[in-house]
Structure formats: structure tokens, C-alpha cells
Design a protein around this ligand. Structure first.
Ligand code: MLT
Length: 267
């Protein structure tokens, strides 16, 4: 989808903006870009929302990242983006996986800009030592060899077995999305995720209506992990998406859009 180049200070972001109405900010997962939300953007815009879907710093057609991008930096970028767009109305922040890690920071750092949260296939705990170390290894590898080998290791984990076997369009779209990412941006985000904080203690303080969405076959952030998140947030709803894995909004877009629109219209 055609985006606009929006300078937000030290970097310029590529941002797709569609529709008019209450703002909904879509934060993509790793190592992806705004196009993972393609099946949500026009549907939400047609239902009367202003959809703002940026490529995060270092991803898609946004400016490159250097060394390390922390989840706090991503959240601050998004707050600066809203200021630049003159969006003063608090937003519904919808983040998938890494987008969810950014949502926790957005809640802590920019609470006045937040009306609601939608957390898709994400987690609140930090990495154990082994996972964090693996991220640093991957960061060094993509810097050295590029992203060519990333789809074959990641795509089978990102999708449910049924999507991986039967949904060639989603498989191809994910592969192509990963292959067009800048290795420096991928490495920077991995280093940032490796040192992200555990925010489990924060969940009971979340005081905005929250929708928690999880693919029933998500092997990266499984349903029990996301049910715990929903149970710890007072004003929350949990929706499990049958047949979907970690990329529920791409794999089962109709069901995810229905859940999002029900939530937006009733909360
Ligand atoms: C994502 O989908 O954003 C990733 O699974 C996040 C992660 O690597 O923890």
C-alpha cells in the first residue's frame, strides 16, 4: 500500500493513513512492516476509523536503524508521529507481538495518548538468557549474511500448521515481506527486544479497555500466555482465533476484523 513519508525528528517514517474518525494505530510485528495489516486497514477505514499504519524505524520504507532500537524508542517514535499528524484524540493502539512489546512502553510513556489497547499474539514477560542470547546471534548473522535465510526458519513458526500447508498466499506474502527488510533494522530490533523489560507487574495497572487476541495454534505466544495477560488486566476481553497461529490478522482476517470491530463499537 502506498504510504507517506513523515519526518518525526531524527528519522522519517513511511506511514499508511486511511479513513476518518477515531484513530487506530497499528504496530507491526518482527521482522515485518505495515503490510501485515493489509486486511485490516481498508476494512477499519470503511467502518469509520482513521487507520494509521507505520513502518517502524528500520523496517519497510522507513529510515534505517542503527545498532539497537529499544521498545521505548519505537513507542516514542509513534508518539512523535501522532504529534506530527496532529492526532490529539487518544488512539486505540493495536500491536502484534513486537508491536505488543511497544504497546507496553506506549502505555507507560504516553498514557494520555491512549484510549484502548488491542494486543495480538504477544507476551508481557522478558526473555530468558537463552532466548536473549539467540537474538544477539541472529542480529550478528543478518548483519553479516543478510535476511535471505530468515523466511525458512521463521515462517513455519509464524503460521499455524494449516495456514503453512494450505494458505500459499499468506506464506508467500510473509516470505516476501521478510526478504525486503533491511538487515540493519532487523538486527537493531533484535537487540532492542533482547533487553526489553518484564512488564507483568504492570498489567493490573492498565486502565484502558483492552482486547487480547490470540491464534489458537500460536506456538510463539500460545493461548495460555495470552489468557494470563487478559486475566491480569481488569477491563479486558480475550478472543481466540480458530485455525490461526502467531499471525492471526493475516491468517484469519475476517475473524480478527470482527473481533476488533466488536471491541471498538462496544468499549
Ligand atoms: C514478532 O512476531 O514480532 C516476534 O515473534 C517477536 C519476538 O521475536 O519476540
Amino acid at each position: 500500500m502506498q504510504g507517506e513519508r513523515i519526518p518525526i525528528g531524527e528519522v522519517t517514517l513511511n506511514v499508511v493513513i486511511r479513513g476518518e474518525g477515531e484513530p487506530v494505530l497499528l504496530a507491526h510485528g518482527f521482522p515485518l512492516d505495515h503490510s501485515m495489516w493489509e486486511a485490516q486497514i481498508n476494512v477499519l477505514a470503511a467502518e469509520g476509523y482513521q487507520v494509521i499504519a507505520p513502518d517502524l524505524r528500520g523496517f519497510g520504507e522507513s529510515d534505517p536503524a542503527t545498532d539497537k532500537t529499544t521498545m521505548a524508542q519505537f513507542a516514542d517514535d509513534l508518539s512523535r508521529l501522532l504529534a506530527k499528524l496532529n492526532v490529539t484524540q487518544p488512539v486505540t493502539f493495536c500491536g502484534l507481538s513486537m508491536g505488543g512489546y511497544i504497546a507496553w512502553q506506549f502505555f507507560q510513556r504516553h498514557r494520555t495518548r491512549l484510549a484502548r489497547l488491542i494486543l495480538c499474539d504477544t507476551r508481557a514477560n522478558d526473555d530468558d538468557e537463552k532466548v536473549a542470547r539467540g537474538r544477539l546471534v541472529m542480529a550478528a548473522e543478518v548483519e553479516r549474511f543478510g535476511v535471505a535465510k530468515v523466511p525458512s526458519t521463521m515462517v513455519p513458526k509464524l503460521l499455524s500448521p494449516i495456514s503453512f500447508e494450505k494458505n500459499a498466499a499468506v506464506v508467500q506474502s510473509l516470505e516476501a515481506m521478510i526478504l525486503r527488510q533491511d538487515p540493519a533494522g532487523v538486527a537493531a530490533a533484535q537487540r532492542g527486544m533482547a533487553e526489553r523489560e518484564n512488564v507483568v507487574h504492570l498489567l493490573p495497572t492498565i486502565d484502558v479497555p483492552t482486547l487480547v487476541i490470540c491464534g489458537e495454534a500460536d506456538s510463539i505466544t500460545p493461548p495460555d500466555v495470552m489468557q494470563e495477560i487478559a486475566a491480569a488486566i481488569a477491563d479486558s476481553q480475550y478472543v481466540e482465533i480458530a485455525g490461526a497461529g502467531h499471525m492471526a490478522p493475516m491468517e484469519r482476517s475476517v475473524e480478527v476484523n470482527t473481533a476488533i470491530l466488536n471491541f471498538l463499537k462496544t468499549s
